[in-house]
Design a binder for this molecule. Structure first.
Ligand SMILES: *Cc1c(COP(=O)(O)O)cnc(C)c1O
Length: 404
C-alpha cells in the first residue's frame, strides 16, 4: 500500500500507452527544498541541529496558540512520545477510532495499555462524542481523535468531555495540516498533544518525519528527553557549546526518534508552501465535487462554516444503486492508469486488532459499511484540471449509466 500511495501505479511494458497516467499522489518539491538539502549536505552537520530547530520554531509559529513543536522522524514516533509523556501504561484504556491507520493504535500497545476501538460517524468518518461517552470507563486515560482525510473532529466537544473526566486528548493530525476546528487551528485546539505526519504522501513531506506539538511544558520536556535516548542534553547542545561539551546524563531508556537536518531542510520549504498546497487541493476537491455530481456516489462532506479542512484525501463511497462493487470500481481506475487507495480497512478487521482491540461484544456497522464502499481518488497540489477531468470521466464511464 505504501508503495502504491507513494509512487502511484506504473505502466507495464505489455500494456498499451494510456491517455494519462495519474499517480495517487505526487509530492510538490521545489528548487528551494533541493537547494536547502544540498546546503545541509555541504554544512558538515547532517543529523539534528540548527535546521531542525528552525523547522520546529517555524512550525510552532505556523500553528500558533503558544505551542512548542518537537520534530521527530515519524508521526508514529510522535504519537508514542506523547502517550509516554502522559504516563500511559498497563491497565489504562485509550479510545481510538477503528477507521485509521494502524500506527494510531499500535503506539498504545508499545506502552502495554489497552486499545478500545470505536465506530465512526457516517458523514464525517470521525469519532463521535456519543461513541466516546459509551466507551469511557474509569480506566480510560486518553482519547485519540483522527481527523479523517483532513476533516476536523469536533475538538471543543471532545475536549469539553475529556476535561470533565480528567482524560487526556492526543489527536492524530497526520491528515490535518492545515485544518481548523471552531476557528482554532488543529494543533492549537487545547489538546494535550497533537501529532502531524510528513510521510511521503502527506500534505507536506520530509520523506519521513513528523511533529509533536503541545502547549504543555511538562509533556514537551519529557518528549524531548525521550526523543533522543533519554539524554538530558541533545547532541547539538553537547557538540556546539564550548564548556564541558562531552557531559550529559541519562535519565530514562529513551528512543531514537530525532529528525535529521536533511529532512528538516525539506520541511522548511514545504511548510512555507503549506497554505498554497491547501488552496490547490481545495480547488481539486471542488472540481471533483462539481464533476461527480449526479452519480451514485456519496462525496466527502464540506467542513462546517466554522472549520476548514486540508483535503488530504478525496474519498468517495459507491451507493448501492451504482451496481458496481468497490473492487470492480478500483479495477476500472487501475485500467485507466489512475492511482487509487482505500482508507481504511478498519482495524477491528485486522488479525492483530481482532485479538487485541478490546472489541468483544462490539459492532462497527458504520466503519464496515464505509470500507465496503470506499475508494480514495488522486488529490495533490500540482494535479492539473485535465488530470482531474480525466479521473472524473473514468468514474463516469464506470458508473455513469446507473442512477444516483
Ligand atoms: C500516515 C499516518 C500515520 C503515520 O505517520 P508516519 O509519519 O508514517 O509515522 C498515523 N496516522 C494516520 C492516520 C496516518 O495517515
Amino acid at each position: 500500500m505504501a508503495n502504491i500511495e507513494e509512487h502511484g501505479r506504473g505502466s507495464t511494458p505489455e500494456e498499451p500507452a494510456r491517455v494519462l497516467d495519474i499517480p495517487f499522489f505526487r509530492a510538490s518539491i521545489s528548487q528551494t527544498e533541493i537547494d536547502a538539502v544540498v546546503a545541509v549536505l555541504k554544512s558538515g552537520w547532517l543529523s539534528t541541529g540548527a535546521v531542525a530547530r528552525e523547522f520546529e520554531q517555524k512550525f510552532a509559529n505556523y500553528i500558533g496558540g503558544g505551542v512548542e513543536a518537537i520534530a521527530v522522524n515519524s508521526a508514529t514516533a510522535g504519537l508514542h512520545l506523547a502517550l509516554e509523556a502522559l504516563g500511559i501504561g498497563p491497565g489504562d484504556e485509550v479510545i481510538v477510532p477503528t477507521l485509521t491507520f494502524t500506527a494510531t493504535a499500535e503506539v498504545v500497545r508499545y506502552l502495554g495499555a489497552t486499545v478500545v476501538l470505536a465506530d465512526i460517524d457516517p458523514a464525517t468518518r470521525n469519532l463521535t462524542l456519543a461513541e466516546i461517552r459509551r466507551l469511557t470507563t474509569e480506566r480510560t486515560r486518553a482519547i485519540m481523535p483522527v481527523h479523517f482525510g483532513g476533516l476536523p473532529c469536533d475538538m471543543q466537544a471532545i475536549l469539553g468531555f475529556a476535561r470533565e473526566r480528567g482524560i487526556a486528548v492526543v489527536d492524530d493530525a497526520a491528515h490535518a495540516l492545515p485544518a481548523s476546528s471552531g476557528n482554532c487551528r488543529i494543533g492549537a485546539s487545547g489538546a494535550d498533544a497533537t501529532v502531524f505526519s510528513f510521510y511521503a504522501n502527506k500534505t507536506i513531506t520530509t520523506g519521513e518525519g513528523g511533529m509533536l506539538v503541545t502547549a504543555r511544558r511538562d509533556l514537551a520536556e519529557r518528549a524531548k528527553v525521550m526523543r533522543l535516548h533519554g539524554m538530558n542534553r541533545d547532541a547539538f547542545d553537547r557538540f556546539t557549546k564550548k564548556s564541558l561539551a562531552w557531559e550529559y546524563d541519562v535519565v530514562a531508556p529513551g528512543f531514537k526518534y530525532n529528525l535529521t537536518d536533511i529532512a528538516a531542510a525539506i520541511g522548511i520549504g514545504q511548510l512555507a508552501r503549506a497554505d498554497l498546497f491547501s488552496e490547490q487541493r481545495a480547488r481539486v476537491a471542488a472540481r471533483y465535487k462539481r464533476g461527480l455530481k449526479g452519480l451514485p456516489l456519496d462525496l466527502p462532506p464540506d467542513a462546517p462554516a466554522t472549520d476548514t479542512q486540508s483535503w488530504h484525501l478525496f474519498t468517495v463511497q459507491l451507493k448501492p444503486s451504482a451496481r458496481v462493487s468497490r473492487d470492480d470500481f478500483v479495477a476500472h481506475l487501475n485500467r485507466k492508469g489512475i492511482g487509487f487507495s482505500v482508507h481504511y480497512k478498519p482495524l477491528h478487521m485486522m488479525t492483530y486488532w481482532r485479538e487485541h482491540g478490546s472489541i468483544a461484544n462490539q459492532a462497527f456497522p458504520v466503519a464496515e459499511d464505509h470500507f465496503a464502499r470506499t475508494a480514495s481518488l488522486p488529490i495533490f497540489p500540482d494535479m492539473t484540471e485535465a488530470e482531474v477531468d480525466y479521473v472524473i470521466a473514468a468514474v463516469r464511464e464506470c458508473i455513469g449509466g446507473a442512477t444516483a
